[in-house]
Design a protein around this ligand. Sequence first.
Ligand code: HEC
Ligand code: HEC
Ligand code: HEC
Ligand code: HEC
Ligand code: HEC
Ligand code: HEC
Length: 428
Amino acid sequence: MYIPFPEDSKFCSFIKCSKTFVAIVLTIMLSAPGLLWAQDSTAAAGAAPAGGGDAAKGESLFKNNCAQCHAVTDERVVGPGLKGATTRQDMAWLTKWVKNSQAVIASGDPYAVKLYNEYSKAQMTSFPNLSEDDIKGIFAYVDQAAAAPAPTAAAAGGAPAAAGAADSGPSDLFMIVVVALVVVMLLVLGVLLVIVSLLSKAVTGGTETAPKADFLTRFGNSVKNIATDPSIRSATIWIFVLLVLKATLDGAYSVGIQQGYAPKQPISFSHKLHAGEYKIDCNYCHTGVNRGKSAHIPSANICMNCHGVIKKESPEIQKIYTSIENNQPIEWVRVHNLPDLAYFNHAQHVNVGGVECETCHGDVAQMEVIQQRSSLTMGWCIDCHRQTEVNTKDNQYYDKLVQLHGTESKDALKVADIGGLECSKCHY
Ligand code: HEC
Ligand code: HEC
Ligand code: HEC
Ligand code: HEC
Ligand code: HEC
Ligand code: HEC
């Protein structure tokens, strides 16, 4: 049964208006976040929009350089939470600190010395390459993120899953609010239409075909009308399409990204114990870092240099013995793994570039179980190449290049300027 609306009735235009209005509002509400997601995803893929504000640049600087040790909240990771750092010290102090914290401590600055002792003399990485503007940007981002209601960008290290989510789109809270709003609006719309159809029936004096229909039938009919109404239908289709689109994009951007991956290893080898407490140099075991493409995982023989005498009786150490006796290498589970299409060379970065292991791998010396701290995406490589100055000191190879670059530009020579963005450098 169709509830007739007299063509000239005021109710009719009211109903049409309200339906169209609701449909438009729904569409806008749903497509606005859709656009946001799309933008977010490109940013996450590394194509940071040019001319973005300080805080936007600060965000990627923070994530690449600081997030493995600091949260934007007041939560402690390796170093203190940075929430409120700008109120504890002024910008001049912060700049000096970030560029070279050891120098500030050495100068006897009481705040720095106290902090250093509080954090059991853990050394913060120095960032002499960051400019004053970069550092301002980082703290602009920190303040912004700390003030945000849902601190999802916090602690990339402490909560890698959360950091991944923050990279790929707006917060869950935002999604929940949008969905809740949509549900409420749909309910209101339903009730509105029921009321209007009841009223319009009263106005037309009950002269239509089924005047005595009970409330349930009438309600059912209204629902049917809503379901067949073209504007409502198109709004529903929009909702569906946008949700599917979002799910697809999220899926596509997280394929192959394993940030936070920390599998159980066959022997419970602890970097915290060996590299942290006993301060064994990374190169002692990862012998390839200064020489070639691969860092190398140490063979059991390297372990035996020490465990031939140390803790022989431990069942974990016995596994090393078993491996040697059976001539079976220990089957460590690989954690960091670029796809075959990409070329990465450790010696280039560690030996020539002077990049610290921690910059890419996080604070390994504090890890009980090794974990992948960086995303290892192309965007991650490119971001760093755009921002990092080439380590040209005492390297004759670069002297000519530096001279040439100096005549063309006032900026320092970045990795991007020596071809660090060329496809063929990273792809076979
Ligand atoms: C390898 C770990 C590590 C990295 C990376 C790191 N920090 Fe730190 N940071 C620390 C530690 C540890 C402290 C505590 C002081 C100390 O022990 O030297 C600290 C202290 C600080 C403080 C003082 C905090 C306060 O409460 O006043 C600021 C500010 C700071 N870091 C900023 C940064 C920024 C900005 C970056 C990125 C550009 C960064 N840090 C990267 C480990 C790190
Ligand atoms: C005593 C030897 C030893 C020292 C010292 C050592 N490592 Fe390791 N490292 C290993 C072994 C064994 C593995 C493989 C087992 C595992 O993943 O825990 C490993 C794994 C790793 C991995 C992950 C490899 C993968 O599968 O992707 C990284 C990254 C790493 N080490 C970095 C470091 C850094 C940085 C340091 C110095 C701070 C360091 N290691 C010091 C022995 C060592
Ligand atoms: C430079 C010396 C050195 C090397 C090389 C070394 N370790 Fe150790 N390892 C130590 C010391 C010191 C301890 C702490 C012993 C203790 O707690 O008394 C230790 C402890 C351990 C423990 C904990 C044992 C237990 O039951 O408490 C494991 C497991 C271990 N090492 C595995 C390895 C493996 C695997 C390698 C080779 C990749 C390796 N270590 C290489 C010095 C070394
Ligand atoms: C510029 C970033 C960067 C720096 C700096 C860096 N690594 Fe790596 N590391 C990587 C990447 C990327 C991979 C994955 C390589 C692959 O899958 O081919 C990796 C892989 C590894 C592996 C796994 C084995 C291998 O070589 O594939 C070990 C072990 C390792 N790194 C240790 C270290 C140590 C120790 C240092 C410091 C001396 C260091 N890395 C410095 C980015 C870095
Ligand atoms: C933390 C910063 C950082 C990250 C992250 C990083 N790089 Fe680099 N990369 C450098 C620096 C610094 C150099 C310059 C080294 C030198 O002086 O030759 C460099 C140089 C290179 C070069 C040689 C470029 C040339 O023209 O000579 C290649 C290739 C390269 N990187 C590949 C990669 C790949 C692939 C990744 C990601 C898996 C990556 N890098 C991640 C800092 C980084
Ligand atoms: C600094 C190093 C670097 C440069 C320069 C670079 N790439 Fe990549 N690219 C990578 C790495 C690393 C990956 C693997 C990323 C992953 O597994 O998520 C990758 C992945 C890809 C993929 C596979 C799709 C994907 O996202 O996994 C394509 C296609 C690609 N790059 C094309 C290009 C093109 C075209 C250029 C030149 C405009 C280029 N790359 C320049 C490092 C680089």
